[in-house]
Design a protein around this ligand. Sequence first.
Ligand code: HH2
Length: 257
Amino acid sequence: MGIVNVTPDSFSDGGVNLDPDVAAAAARRMLADGAAIVDVGGESTRPGSDGISGEEELRRIVPVLERLEGAPVSIDTTKAAVARRALELGAELVNDVTALRGDPYMAETVADGGAYLCLVHMQGEPRTMQRSPRYDDVVDEVTSFLEERLAVAVRAGIPEDRICLDPGFGFGKTAAQNFELLQRLDTLVAVGRPVLVGLSRKRSLARLQGNPDAATGSIASSLGAAVAAYERGADILRVHDVREHVEALAAARAVWG
Ligand code: HH2
C-alpha cells in the first residue's frame, strides 16, 4: 500500500503532494512500481496534530481521487462524509485510524458502500497520544481492542472478510511498545484477519540510530522493519517508498522459497 498524503503537515511527506496533479502522478508511479493500492489521505494524524474540517479534507482529496479514476485507491479518513465521497469516486477501502469510533456514521457508510475496511488501534487521540502511552500488556490490549472493533464492524453489517487489522504503530505507543507489538505480531495474526502495518519512516525507527530528536526514520530502517513484519505474518505494508519495499520483499520471498 503506497502512501499519498495530500497535506501540508504530514510528518515525512507534508507539502509534497498538495498539487493534485503531483499527487495523482505520485500515486500512479507507486502503482507502476508494484503497489497493490494507494492510500490517499487529506488529514495528518501525526502526534500533536489538531485535525481539520471535513470541507477542507474534501477540498484536498477530491481532485486527487478524480484524477485516479479506475485505480485501486484507499481513503485514509476518520470522517464518514469524506469516506462516502471517496467511495463514490471509486475508493475501495476505508482506512479509519479511529476504528469506527470517530464518526457515528462511519460503520454504515462502509457497509452501504460495500467497501473494505482497515481497523487501527490508537490509544488516545493524535493531539495527545504520545504524551504518556501506558499498557499492562501492549500486545494483549491491542489485540483485544481490535477483536472488539471487528465484532462491532461485523454487527454493523460489514462482512468480516472485508476487514483488515492494524496495531497502529506510533498511535499512542512508545518505541519499545511498537517493537514489542512487532516481535509478537503472531498474536494479532492469530485473530485470522489480514494484518496491515505502517512502520514507514516512523520516528521509532530513528531512535534505533540513537537519534531521539529525529522526526523521521530512514528508508533503510523502514525496509528492515517491513521485512521483519512480513516474516511475522503481516499481509499489507503501508509505505512511502514503494519500489524499495517491493524489491526488499522480493528478496525476502526468494529466501523463504
Ligand atoms: N499511519 C499514519 C497514517 N495512517 N493508517 C494505518 N492504517 N496505519 C498506520 O500506521 C498509519 C495510517 C501516519 O503516517 P503518515 O500517513 O505517513 O503521516 P501523517 O499522519 O502525518 O499524514
